[in-house]
Structure formats: C-alpha cells, structure tokens
Design a protein around this ligand. Structure first.
Ligand code: ATP
Ligand code: MG
Ligand code: MG
Ligand code: MG
Length: 470
C-alpha cells in the first residue's frame, strides 16, 4: 500500500521526468492578492504567469499545493464530516503548462499517470468535458479509448473555468472514479451526482481563451494548462478505500483522537472525529503560515474552524483542551513534506491550547442555552435570530458553529433575524455615541467599520465570496 507521502512523490517525480520544474507550495495566505481569502488551488501562485505579467525560467511546472477551502468562493467547511471527499485543508497536486503543451499532452500525461504509474482500473474511470468541446471529447476517445457514454458532456460552469470576469478562461475536463454501486450517487451530470459514488479525482483546465470584455472573447495565442488532483482522494483510491478519512494520514489522526477521548469513531460520533482531524490540519497549517485567531478577516475564519472543532471535542466528552495534544501526530505525518509545521510546532500548539482554554469558558454555557432554546423545536424548525445573535455576541459562537450544532436535528437558523439583531446592535452603539466627542472622527469610524463590518460578516456566513475573484 502506498502512503500519502509516497503518492505525493510519485506524482511530482512523474512530472519531473516529463520535463516539469518541481516548484514548492506557496503559502496559504496568497501574496499580492487581497481579493483571495486563502490559497485554494495550485494555479494561484501562477496567476501572473498565466496572464503574461510575470515570467519564470521554466514553461512547465508541477506542485503539491497546500489549499484551504473555508471562507471565500470555494467553501467546503459545511461538507466536512459529512461527505467522503471534502476537507477544509487538502493538498492539490498539479501540473502546469505556460504556453507550452496543450490539450492532447495534458490528457495523455494524466491518463498515463493514473492508469499506468498508479495502475488504476480503467473500467472504473469516466470523464466529463464541456459540452461544446469536441476536441477534448475526441482526444479522450483516441488516447484513453473511452466509450462515448463515459465521456460526459456537461453544459454548466462546472466545466468552464474562468480566472475572473476578464482574463484567461477555457473549458475543463474532470476525471471521476466509480467506487461501486454499494454507494449512493450518480454519474456526473445526473440528478444524484452529489452523492459519493462517483468521486472527482482530477480536474484539467484548458486555458484557451481570453475574456476581453463581457461580450468579447478571443483565442489565446499560446494556450495553457492548469490541473488539480486532490492528494487525499487519489490516496483513498490507491489504498483501496472509498473514503478520504480512511487513508493512512487520517487514520493516524482519528486513532489518536479516539485514544484521547475514549470514544469510538462510530455512529453519530464518527463525524466529530473527522471534523477534529480535519480542522486540526487547517488550523495548524494556517497558523504556520502566519494567521492567528481573531475577530475579523482570515483570523476569524481560523477562529471559526478552531471553535467548531472544539464543539465536536465537547461532544466527545472532552472537558479540557485536547486538540492541541493531537498536533504531534500531525507533525509526524506531514512534517517531512512541510518543514514549516515543525518550525512552528510550539507556536501552533500554544495558539490552539490558548483558544481551547479561552472558548471553554463560554462553550458549555452557550451549549446549555442552545439546548434550552431548542428543546421545543423539531425537524424543519428554525432557531430565532435573537438567540443566535446572543450565542454569537455573548458566548462567542460563530454563526456556522450554531448551524452545525443544529444540523443533525434538522433545525435551521433564522439568518435574517440574526443579521437584523446584529444591525440593531450596531445602530444602538451608534446612537449611544452621538453627541459625544468629535463628530467628524465618529463618522469616519463608522464608515470604516461599516465597510469592514460587511466584509467581516460575509467572511463568516456561508456565502462569503461576494466580490472575490477566483
Ligand atoms: P468537488 O466537485 O468534488 O467539490 P471541485 O470540482 O470543487 O471538487 P476543483 O476545484 O476542481 O474541485 O479542485 C481540483 C481537485 O481538488 C478536485 O478534483 C479534487 O480532487 C480536489 N478537491 C477539491 N476540493 C477538495 C476538498 N474540499 N477536499 C479535498 N479535495 C478537494
Ligand atoms: Mg467543490
Ligand atoms: Mg467538481
Ligand atoms: Mg473540479
């Protein structure tokens, strides 16, 4: 069985031996890109290379890129613990061509790696193409010998990638693995495609156009390639598992969490162990890259992730900080590939422990308020916005923590009531200020706060990505 660390090296070595430069992962906080919450794909560090603004001494590259998809346009936070394939932190393996090779080579390289190097059963693979992309359809037929019904034409934006409203864009092709009919889910494009039977493992983007204005799109003189494959997903497949959380790396973390809490990872507690293992990874890597828990922006996303993990630890019966105790296992699993984890280990440990201690004080009281307030509610009901706001304001419960806590019971949250309560509090604060002090300074203060308040709020609601490119 190949471990995650071997699979990562096999990928990078394969592309290296095919002439690609092996480039290190960029940090999770994107440099020079305030529009992006966290690095969420391999191409992020190459954006300017694709647009031609920046030149590198190589025209093809390969990376294993640290990614976080929590907050921002790609937000998988709510999926974690509930699907077999989503993490908040994951590694994206990729190969890139900057005006070098294009569609045919990209498909050939991907197909050979999966079926020859990795030896995946080709009968279980199917692919999607953008509905008008006959070229890709024919190449899959020619190179992989796939029958027509396994090359699925998709008309939606899932199969058309764009960097932003303008700039490079093009059709894409996703490679799926069929884990078998004992698992619920349909093929891509079908009504039940969100199930976990057919799992997307690799996404190939063919950047062949440039969007000039909303109406005008031209061919790029030198088209490019951007691909991304989830390391944990390919590892699951190669280790004979269906579920990402059953791979070696997650087993080590979940076993440690089971040992620490004495609660088996079964039944309704299974999700809690998964959430803790996943959130520990994203928290540790974010802290190693310089993010600290706070009440706004990136720091607030980190705080939300940490507190959410802590509620799950509480569900497992933990009455003292335990998440930081799992860190050595993570460092052991991933420290060789990511030395920044080793370097920052004590900072990460202290930061998590401090947050665990800080939140513990209000977590229990908040949870008992939550349980009182929802004792009369049943499936399909919503918790009133005032209570959700009180949990947020007095007990430090991020909105999504409350939502997550009620999810298993099928109870929703009155989000607009919550927003109203928040607005009302702001207005009251404003009113109590008027007349006191310097009017001009005051106006400026609230203008700034409103602006940032808006970003801050979107930052921790589910649809946080408005105005965010990519
Ligand atoms: P899905 O449809 O399963 O959510 P996606 O289409 O959003 O995946 P891409 O943006 O195409 O994902 O990212 C490229 C690859 O990265 C995916 O094919 C998948 O293997 C992996 N990946 C994406 N999101 C996650 C995640 N949250 N956790 C683990 N791996 C992921
Ligand atoms: Mg997705
Ligand atoms: Mg997809
Ligand atoms: Mg995709």
């Amino acid at each position: 069985m190949s471990g995650v660390n071997d699979i990562r090296s096999t990928f990078l070595n394969y592309f290296k031996s095919n002439g690609h430069e092996v480039v290190a992962s960029s940090p999770l906080v994107p440099r020079n890109d305030p529009t992006l919450m966290f690095t969420n794909a391999g191409m992020v560090q190459f954006k300017n290379v694709f647009t031609g603004l920046e030149h590198r001494p190589y025209s093809t590259a390969t990376t294993a890129q640290k990614c976080v998809r929590a907050g921002g346009k790609h937000n998988d936070l709510d999926n974690v613990g509930y699907t077999a394939r989503h993490h908040t932190f994951f590694e994206m393996l990729g190969n890139f061509s900057f005006g070098d090779y294009f569609k045919e080579n990209a498909i050939e390289l991907a197909w050979n790696l999966i079926t020859k190097e990795f030896g995946v059963d080709r009968e279980r693979l199917c692919v999607t193409v953008y509905h008008t992309d006959d070229e890709a359809f024919n190449l899959w037929k020619k190179i992989a010998g796939l029958p027509d019904h396994k090359i699925i034409r998709i008309p939606t934006s899932d199969n058309f990638w764009a960097m932003g409203d303008t700039g490079p864009c093009g059709p894409c092709s996703e490679i799926f693995y069929d884990h078998g009919d004992h698992i619920w889910g349909g093929p891509p494009g079908s009504a039940d495609e969100d199930g976990d039977r057919f799992i997307e493992i690799w996404n190939l983007v063919f950047m062949q156009y440039e969007q000039i204005t909303k109406e005008e799109r031209v061919d790029l003189p030198r088209p490019s390639i951007d691909t991304g494959m989830g390391l944990e997903r390919i590892a699951a497949l190669l280790q004979g598992k269906h579920d990402n959380y059953d791979i070696d790396l997650f087993r080590a973390l979940i076993d440690a969490s089971v040992d620490l809490t004495g609660v088996a990872a079964e039944g309704e507690r299974r999700a809690s162990h998964r959430v803790i293992a996943d959130h520990l990874r994203s928290s540790a890597f974010l802290i190693a890259d310089g993010v600290l828990p706070s009440n706004e922006g990136r720091g607030y996303v980190l705080r939300r992730i940490m507190r959410r993990a802590m509620r799950h630890a509480e569900l497992l019966g933990a009455r003292e900080p335990i998440i930081y105790k799992l860190l050595p296992v993570l460092v052991q699993q991933m420290g060789r590939a990511y030395p920044e984890l080793v370097r920052a280990e004590s900072l990460i440990s202290e930061t998590i422990k401090l947050e665990e201690n800080r939140f513990r004080k209000t977590l229990e009281r908040g949870l008992s308020l939550l349980s009182d307030a929802t004792s009369n509610l049943s499936k399909g009901d919503s918790l009133d916005g005032e209570t959700v706001f009180k949990l947020y304001d007095t007990y430090g419960f991020p909105l999504d923590l409350t939502q997550d806590a009620l999810r298993a019971r099928g109870i929703g949250v009155d989000i607009s009531g919550f927003t109203d309560a928040m607005e009302r509090q702001k207005a009251e604060a404003r009113a109590s200020w008027s007349g006191s002090g310097d009017k001009a300074t005051e106006t400026v203060w609230f203008e700034v706060k409103d602006k940032h308040g808006a970003t801050e709020f979107l930052g921790y609601s589910a649809e946080s990505a408005e105005g965010e490119v990519q």
